[in-house]
Design a protein around this ligand. Sequence first.
Ligand code: UD1
Length: 432
Amino acid sequence: MEQFVIKGGKPLTGSVEIGGAKNAALAIIAAAIMTDEDVVIENLPNVNDVNVMLGAIEDIGAKVERKDKHTVKVNGATIGSLSVDYDYIKKIRASYYLLGALLGKYKKAEVALPGGCAIGARPIDLHLKGFRALGATVDTKYGLVSAEAERLIGNDIYMDKVSVGATINIMMAAALAEGKTIIENAAKEPHVVDVANFLNSMGANIRGAGTDVIRVVGVEKLHGTEYSVIPDQIEAGTFMCAAAATHGNILIKNVIPKHLEATSAKLIDAGCIIEEYDDSVRVIATNVELQHTAVTTLPYPGFPTDMQPQMTVVLGLAHGTSTVTESIFENRFKYVDELSRMGGHIQVESNIAIITGVDKYTGARVSAPDLRAGAALVVAGLSADEGVTVVDDIHYILRGYEDFDGKLRALGANIELVNSEREVQKFILQVS
Ligand code: UD1
């Protein structure tokens, strides 16, 4: 069982290169099968979730050829099955994007119904409402969602709640529907825009992505393309928080600073200095006494829920009382108990974490409850100058961060990925 072991207390300094956005990549891989021509996707992060998604499209018959670590060529001409196995949906909920992609292209799809997950219930009713509005018959039984249509016909679809997944899924199906679809109250996240740009590069006609009204004029078919995935705003934000929590100074390269504005604004509130360049940001927290602030997660351009645990870790070290309100998912504070074991003073009431800042965390043995919370616990460990932190269940972290420990070591962190208790003990001996 893989674990991270960390001896913290060192300010992180230097520069780090951010990879492609995992969440954009997952949808783009699904959308890539919507043509029979070759699609080359560049800047794919080499993380487990992406590899599972590539496995899922291969499993239904698509050809997947790895050109290099971050580039893949996909061809969807050989798809033989329209049914995606439960094994994939179990590993990554985002395999539900294959519903929109297959329904759009073949007018038929069957995908296992995703269950709840670590951070909340996460229903897919809005996805299904959208497919129905396009004329599909949607059925959920025996743990499967099946969608089928003689013809998909464009329609006006109002999203009752802002949903990234539903917006993207409906956009994909509508790209190959007849006529015009208008998605109102659409999600505006950078990866919604990236998927729309990707589909447009395949010949789709999608306008307005990045605003709350997306207009899709269906086309008959899509063609091949070469496309580079946008940088991962959450990976970048995590390193920004690592700079803040360790009182370091990090240049975060290959980012779109605009996508990081919500995180930057809160780190500035907390007393950090942020310098923005064309495609990088520098976070300076050396000699800064972190200050309390209030954060509420919201759909983009609000503060991202996927940055909530990392920011909570930073505010746990800030002078005064901070609040973090989680408004997207109902169960996203599970890591707080782990953080308390590291000396954090955080009380959760309903969807609000009330944080009384402490001077420092102390190393402890903790478990990653999910992907982003796991990364946040690593950040906490990096800031703890007493004791050693051992993070269990890091398979969650490896789902979404490429070479996390390697990138942190390059910034001066003392972190190792270990495989056994013997290696843990060896690390502890080495650092004590
Ligand atoms: C995506 C991201 C995830 C991020 C989340 C919010 C991917 C692969 N994952 O997840 O990392 O945390 O956006 O930014 O891109 N909802 C419904 N009905 C639905 C769909 C969603 O009620 O049919 C609710 C959800 O329970 C949640 C809210 O809407 O409360 C937002 O969820 P959504 O934006 O859909 O999240 P995902 O697309 O699953």
